[in-house]
Design a protein around this ligand. Structure first.
Ligand code: ADP
Ligand code: MG
Ligand code: MG
Length: 252
């Protein structure tokens, strides 16, 4: 069974500590949401977990099924089953969407067991249909000239194709209109399973109307300061974050 453990994680950007000892445990089958004000370190958490070179991990431990994630290179983390949909996906010119995905899938397979071209195309076409994506996106350069909403759908397409065991979605809802949001949420919900865990980072409660979390965590100043169930997200939506600060005596 999938088990992802973050224990006392600290990370810095340009020498400034942003994550100040963050702990969280995600098991297969669970959907966790992290909500928090802007600038509190949510994207820093996502990027640090994926091994982005700009973020220096200065303390703590992260394990996936007992294996030390922080020791792994970026591609090893992906191969181990971690998937991150970024808040701002990068554009890669000269690499088509289908080339990128096929090599990403094959990187997770043993040599000699690569996915056949026919099988790959069938799989990709099927998933693109589910996401109501235009088939031409298969041959477009990765994210180049994609609108915000198209990039988000493309991130979900990658998730569906790669079949990861831990999925981290960083503000997958930003820039989506309500129809696109529903399509993206349906894609995520279809991927929920007993051996996959989700960490959904969002600024707004709206996404959680469509992807029902089991646990909601409030992040402030580089830490998780409060955890609860879906009702916590609803209270944050109606009352904002001030009551959490007051309750915990947080001054900013
Ligand atoms: P959130 O995702 O919660 O809005 P971020 O993780 O993006 O927060 O940012 C946390 C803090 O780190 C902010 O103070 C932000 O200004 C700073 N920060 C984020 N990315 C960078 C960067 N690339 N260079 C310098 N500072 C950064
Ligand atoms: Mg932000
Ligand atoms: Mg962010």
């Amino acid at each position: 069974a999938t088990q992802f453990k973050i224990d006392g994680l600290k990370a810095a950007i340009d020498g400034k500590e942003i994550l100040k000892g963050l702990s969280l445990e995600i098991k297969g089958g669970e959907v966790h949401a992290i909500m928090g004000p802007n600038g509190t370190g949510k994207s820093t958490l996502a990027s640090s977990l994926m091994g982005h070179p700009k973020y220096e991990v200065t303390g703590g431990e992260v394990t996936l099924n007992g294996e030390d994630v922080l020791e792994m290179a970026v591609d090893e983390r992906a191969r181990a089953g971690l998937f991150l949909a970024m808040q701002y996906p990068s554009e890669i010119s000269g690499v088509t969407n289908s080339d990128f995905l096929r090599s990403a899938i094959n990187a997770r397979r043993e040599e000699g067991k690569e996915i056949s071209l026919i099988k790959f195309i069938r799989l990709m076409e099927g998933k693109m249909k589910e996401l109501e994506m235009n088939p031409e996106f298969m041959h477009r350069y990765l994210n180049e000239g994609f609108s915000g909403g198209e990039k988000k759908r493309n991130e979900i397409l990658q998730m569906m194709m790669l079949d990861p065991s831990i999925v981290i979605l960083d503000e997958i809802d930003s820039g989506l209109d309500i129809d696109a949001l529903k399509i993206v949420a349906n894609g995520v919900n279809a991927m929920r399973s007993e051996d996959r865990g989700f960490l959904i980072i969002t600024h707004y409660q709206r996404l959680l109307d469509y992807i029902k979390p089991d646990f909601v965590h409030v992040m402030m100043q580089g830490r998780i300061v409060k955890s609860g169930g879906p009702e916590l997200a609803e209270r944050l939506e109606s009352e904002g974050y001030d009551w959490v600060k007051e309750e915990l005596g947080i001054v900013d």
